[in-house]
Design a protein. Sequence first.
Length: 456
Amino acid sequence: MLLSEAKILIIDDDVDVLSAAKLLLKRHAKAVDIEKNPQKLPFLVTNGDYNLILLDMNFTRDVNSGREGFHWLDRILDINPAAKVIMITAYGDIEMAIRAIKAGAIDFVLKPWENDKLLATIATALEGGKDKVVAVAEEKAKDDDKKNNKAASDTIVATSDSMRQVLLTTERVASTDANVLILGENGTGKTQLAKHLHQHSKRADKPFVAVDLGAISETLFESELFGHVKGAFTDAKEDRAGRFEEAKGGTIFLDEIGNLTLPLQAKLLTVIQERKVTRVGSNKPIALDVRLVCATNMNIEKMVTEKTFRQDLLYRINTIELELPPLRDRPEDISALAEYYLKQYAKKYNRPVNDISNALVKKMQQYNWPGNIRELQHAVERAVILSQEKTLQPDDLFLKSSAGQPATATGFDLEDMEKTMIIKALKRFNGNITDAARELGLSRAALYRRMEKYGL
Ligand SMILES: Nc1ncnc2c1ncn2[C@@H]1O[C@H](COP(=O)(O)OP(=O)(O)OP(=O)(O)O)[C@@H](O)[C@H]1O
């Protein structure tokens, strides 16, 4: 839809912002309404038939949490899930803006804005009608999937020889009922692989139940995994099946198995050996028909040597071992995954970006990715949200950790120097990002990222 045909609503508690925006937009749009009081939003959204809403992130002057903005964003999307909301955020609030986009806003503008940039952002948002609706529908489908406790049919990207080999073995062992132990650092895709195994097994149409053992307290372990009967303890108001029973006929995935204390390891071993569970407070064992898949990021053999993990339990769970290599050891997967996530997020957030420069691919392949695929996924998501161009450049990707990178030989801390230069440039231009970026020879997006990195 064209801006000249659009009806726009602007909500901000700053009347100067409202009048400046109205002055600018009424020359380009069909109609512009302004409102100072966000309480009127539900009425306006229900009755106003707006094509676009510009919403302030922080309503209470001295509270900068943005929470109110999120609250109102939620309300708008509750009333109309396809509503197009652009958030107005304060300078330095990039993190918040990213969260808002993840929560369903279509874009953000920073205050004080440049008129041309604001008009371009609005025009792009108005153009991308269908994508937004599709994205909302997809999110909803995903939520529904989660609610139904189904294993989502996630794509596995595997270009490297090592990953292809892992996939091949996984698919081969899927049809057996053997217990599988998946090893790998955090974020290498252990959960994803467990789901893949389940989907290729003859239990695929039965439940896939994932349990994060690292997140269950010792006291709740038994009742969570094995269930309980009414009155077994104070909070046991009714009979409840445990996770093992929920997985009946399907697969149970026990993540972070290395985190189990020795007494809990003993309890789990008994269940696996006897293939029966007994709910807490009951004395009736229930026969189990589940496939057991476990995972850990710990060195479990070493734990056995150190006697912190029972050898007999390890023998039970690792009939077949699959090991996911860390991302830094499979450079072909780095570029394939980056492209996969670039496409996915560009579509989801309706962004123009569709390519990755060779220089950025090189930068990604030199980085050590301590958080593996999860870290790469988040880095690409942020870059897609922030990028204004069609091709992602090295500066667009914000990498958190520099661990494993060669240290600077000069003894100077380059980061300190960079930070000082940015502070100086910002002071010189009274916080004007465009001028400071030009002085520093950076794009605006690159300057924002550095400001964020240094907490400026
Ligand atoms: N081969 C892959 N292709 C595409 N995406 C992947 C792949 N492997 C993992 N992912 C994605 O990476 C993220 C992390 O994967 P997952 O949760 O499976 O890792 P994990 O090893 O179980 O992590 P943790 O050790 O923290 O439990 C998920 O969003 C997942 O969808």
